[in-house]
Ligand binder design. Structure first.
Ligand code: SF4
Ligand code: SF4
Length: 469
């Protein structure tokens, strides 16, 4: 696929904003010095990795007091009914409706790696918890199963085995920090990799909820309490499974991510309820997970429309807890250069089989794609707007969730310290260096998609140990 050519002025502006300044240069020096020192004393690999990661992270990650992306003053929240999933699964859109009914059809080919019966079994088994515990939540259906809104009192418990009720006395945390630390530690135990806590922001909430299964539009007045805080959780998706994108094997990581979301978010909502605070667990429902995650300090928004986290890139799934608890320490948004790297990288846009990802050099305040239907984009935020309709159409054609824009992203690599170092130097050395690093990533064989070898690698038993000896 052709990469977009930029105008002379666009290129000059990008180069100007990319010049190294003295501060950035010193950053490289300090990170490099720590790494060099560790090498010289031949420190054990794990220690060296941790020290290098810490040094790089300290230099590269910046905290912000305000949301780090421009929002227009007339930005308005978005009704959930306007999402592609709502229109397609709800059947209200004349082409997406019939197409949605063909998604997840039984279609296997045992001669095609990634689409065999075994791959199909992996796909279905990983989704099983999500489908049973929170049916329809992957389409954003609100108020279902473990993502239910009911706030039972102790008296309303169904039996002593029913643990989903709000304890009648509120636990008083000694400090906001104690509250945040307790929530984050519990979330890690339940299976979250990243946890951020922020204030509720109506900008990111759907202006009105929508149940695509029943076509019901639901107002926030029906919500059982006034949420004050939103806890955002990220669960990691399996690297080797994502590397098989697009395939049923890839769907294993996506389904596993969704099922883990349900477990982690539900358990954390019960933790808060046990402490006497009303709480509702959510997946894709209630509000937009990516801006909430940015606000909660979990990462930056990428060209591919996904959250780019420092540690896993876009290889995470996001879920949320809305709670009335507000005596809690909030996290600040962070940046680490991902947005600037996206300007030159564009690997996701080049790899996208649906041509749904913008190839504009710079983000914009409104969609620039050529799809005349733009009802599914909500303008007013400075970002790269995805043509979500094209993306969904491809999912239905390919019969899986694609994930090519995750697999191709240089930030998605496993957390080996030397990868982190290169990625972080990318953040410090902006501009033309990004283009070079993008090409090097390709040369080293990262980010391949439509790769049958990746499917074989996923299933290979070589070197793996399953028994405890
Ligand atoms: S999931 Fe696939 S089709 Fe959709 S934007 Fe990503 S790469 Fe493109
Ligand atoms: S692939 Fe490149 S352009 Fe796309 S989100 Fe990742 S870093 Fe950004």
């Amino acid at each position: 696929m052709e990469r977009k050519k930029y105008s002379h002025q666009q290129q000059a502006e990008a180069d100007k904003s990319s010049r190294l300044n003295r501060r950035q240069f010193l950053k490289i020096g300090s990170a490099g010095a720590v790494i060099g020192a560790m090498e010289m004393v031949n420190a054990p690999a794990k220690l060296a990795a941790d020290a290098a990661n810490e040094a790089i992270q300290k230099d590269v990650v910046e905290n912000h007091d305000r949301f780090p992306v421009k929002i227009s003053s007339d930005y308005k929240p978005f009704p959930q009914k306007n999402t592609v999933f709502s229109q397609a699964v709800g059947g209200t859109h004349k082409t997406l409706g019939p197409l949605a009914r063909t998604f997840e059809r039984y279609e296997c080919d045992d001669s095609k790696p990634g689409f065999t019966r075994i791959d199909w079994a992996l796909h279905h088994s990983t989704w099983s918890i999500e489908h049973s515990a929170t049916p329809g939540s992957k389409f954003g259906t609100p108020n279902v199963g473990w993502y239910g809104w009911k706030q039972k009192t102790k008296k309303e418990r169904e039996s002593f085995l029913d643990l989903d009720y709000v304890y009648d006395e509120k636990y008083q945390f000694k400090s906001k920090k104690e509250a945040a630390d307790s929530i984050k530690r519990a979330a890690r135990l339940f299976g979250a990799e990243l946890v951020g806590i922020t204030h509720r922001n109506k900008k990111w909430d759907y202006s009105e909820h929508y149940n695509p299964m029943t076509h019901e539009e639901i107002s926030w007045d029906k919500f059982p309490f006034e949420p004050k805080s939103v806890i955002v959780l990220a669960v990691e998706m399996d690297y080797e499974s994502i590397a098989t994108a697009p395939s049923y094997t890839l769907e294993g990581a996506i389904g596993e991510g969704y099922s883990t979301m349900a477990v982690v978010a539900y358990q954390l909502s019960i933790f808060l309820k046990c402490l006497g605070y009303k709480a509702v667990a959510a997946g894709n429902d209630l509000g937009l997970s990516v801006p909430y995650a940015i606000q909660a300090g979990l990462g930056e928004g990428g060209r591919n429309g996904l959250l780019i986290t420092y540690k896993y890139g876009p290889r995470v799934r996001l879920c949320k807890i809305y709670t009335e608890l507000d005596f809690v320490e909030y996290d600040k948004p962070i940046t680490f250069g991902a947005w600037s790297f996206c300007e030159r990288c564009q690997r996701c846009a080049d790899a996208c089989p649906a041509n749904a990802i913008s190839k504009d050099l710079k983000p914009s305040m409104a969609p620039t794609h050529d799809n005349p239907e733009k009802w599914f984009n909500n303008p007013g935020v400075d970002k790269w707007y995805l043509d979500a309709k094209k993306c969904f159409e491809y999912w239905c054609k390919a019969n899986n969730s694609c994930g090519t824009c995750i697999a191709s992203c240089p930030y998605n690599k496993p957390d080996f310290w030397h990868h982190r170092m290169i990625d972080k130097f990318n953040a410090i050395l902006p501009g033309p260096v990004h283009s070079f690093m993008r090409e090097m990533d390709i040369v080293f064989g990262y980010g391949n998609t439509f790769d049958e070898k990746a499917v074989k690698k996923f299933w290979a038993s070589n070197g793996r140990k399953y028994l405890g000896f």
